[in-house]
Design a protein around this ligand. Structure first.
Ligand SMILES: [Zn+2]
Length: 199
């Protein structure tokens, strides 16, 4: 939300409980931001943005200009290459990177998103999407830099190993085991690489 107030992107969407929303409103109005509740869903208890019908969670859009709320999907600041990739995907996006042993920028690495450890807010079109790295770095500027350094370290060597509907994601100190799209063949994606360039 701060990135919208700063002009880093035109609009943003966030999930709030009704209590959090009431606390957020004065902050937004003080910054002359336009706020709209886009819909109400069942309360979230995961990092996933997949929502179910119900109540307890407000999906809230914020923008500097009212008109950007009308077309909010197009104003969230995601690179166009990644938006296009999102709409053409039909399996787990990681499976599309099968066999990738990428030297990848941690700011463009989505492999630990299952536990909320990510610096890029979306799944990039590829492990080498420069626009995603740029956005990840810009947004990381709003976070505690000690936390960013630790997340960069964790994202500097991650392996995603999937077979018949189970993926094992390995970072150095831990493993995550999760369900994914069942595939007949084992698919391994490894993203390794230190952060580079200025933040
Ligand atoms: Zn991209």
């Amino acid at each position: 939300m701060t990135s919208v107030a700063d002009g880093q992107r035109d609009a943003a969407v966030a999930n709030f409980s009704p209590v959090e929303y009431m606390a957020f409103l004065p902050w937004a109005l003080e910054r002359k931001l336009k706020v709209r509740v886009l819909r109400e869903t069942a309360a979230l208890d995961l990092f996933s943005h997949v929502t179910e019908p119900g109540e307890g969670n407000l999906v809230v859009g914020v923008a500097r200009y009212e008109s950007d709320l009308e077309t909010i999907d197009r104003n969230l600041g995601y690179p166009l290459c990644c938006v296009e990739a999102h709409w053409t995907r039909n399996v787990d996006p990681m499976a599309e990177w099968a066999g990738v042993h990428a030297t990848a920028d941690p700011f463009c690495n989505p492999l630990l998103r299952y536990v909320g450890l990510r610096l890029c807010p979306h799944i990039p079109c590829s492990p080498h999407c420069q626009e995603s790295s740029k956005l990840g770095r810009a947004l990381a500027g709003y976070l505690d830099q000690g936390v960013v350094a630790r997340v960069v370290e964790l994202l500097s060597d991650v392996t995603w190993d999937s077979y018949r509907g189970t993926a094992i994601v390995t970072a150095r100190p831990f493993r995550i085991i999760l369900g994914t799209v069942p595939l007949d063949e084992r698919v391994v994606v490894r993203m390794k690489g230190a952060a580079h360039g200025a933040r």
